[in-house]
Design a protein around this ligand. Structure first.
Ligand code: HEM
Length: 204
């Protein structure tokens, strides 16, 4: 049976860096040189938000794909994909705070408290932040079993990210529905792991 080798993983990582960094550089270049049609701020918020969600769902999909196709090497991509999800989410958030709210922090906190779609987006990005800063190997070693407990929250972050998307759209619901179906499948695939984890918590 064909197996993905470490050299292929390195290749995929290089391609991922190229696509993600190229995507960011292109959109900001187009934004700052007035080459985005329509409202550039809205476009940047949209593109970075969608990219964050895509990378997050891709991160969650790696385990079931690796298991189904017996390609355990794919698991090595989880950290990189997850970090890019956070990077896109951070840019999405920063675009909103800097270009839309003109750094009005009070307005931001009011939004987060009063608008449910902002509240769930905020929780989702906080989880991504916590996972990113605890992703280095030395932190993982220090956290021992708590690391896995914390990193299981990636599923909650994904679910809240999709909810944030669904609540944020005012017109067409077609695309958000596709994301809802994907996250539901991903969560259903992990339900045994979740059951096992909950049982363990009650036993402890
Ligand atoms: C505090 C954190 C966040 C803030 C302040 C925020 C802000 C926003 C805003 C202002 C919009 C545009 C809504 C509109 O068009 O009226 C939006 C949409 C969106 N956000 Fe977020 N967001 C946050 C977190 C996240 C996270 C963590 C993700 C992904 C994991 C995400 C993904 C999206 C997506 C996919 C859209 C829809 C894009 C569109 O159709 O234009 N957001 N967010």
């Amino acid at each position: 049976m064909y197996r993905i080798k470490p050299a292929h993983i390195t290749g995929i990582k290089v391609i991922t860096h190229g696509i993600c960094l190229g995507f960011i550089a292109l959109f900001y270049y187009w934004g700052f040189t007035d080459q985005l049609e329509g409202d550039p701020v809205k476009i940047l918020i949209h593109q970075m938000g969608i990219a964050a969600l895509n990378m997050l769902l891709l991160t969650l999909a790696l385990s079931p794909i690796a298991k189904t196709f017996r390609q355990s090497a794919l698991i090595k991509l989880r950290r990189l994909f997850g970090l890019y999800s956070f990077a896109f989410a951070a840019l999405h958030f920063t675009n909103y705070l800097v270009f839309d709210l003109q750094l009005d922090w009070a307005n931001l906190f009011e939004d987060i408290i009063k608008r449910p779609y902002m509240t769930v987006g905020f929780v989702s990005i906080i989880i991504l932040f916590a996972l990113s800063i605890t992703s280095p190997d030395n932190v993982k070693r220090k956290m021992k079993k708590h690391w896995q407990t914390l990193h299981n929250f990636v599923y909650l972050s994904g679910a809240l990210g999709v909810l944030h998307y669904i609540w944020s759209v005012k017109t067409s619901v077609g695309k958000p529905l596709v994301y809802l179906i994907i996250i539901t499948i991903l969560l259903v695939l992990r339900k045994d792991k979740a059951k096992h984890w909950i049982k363990k918590q009650f036993k402890a």
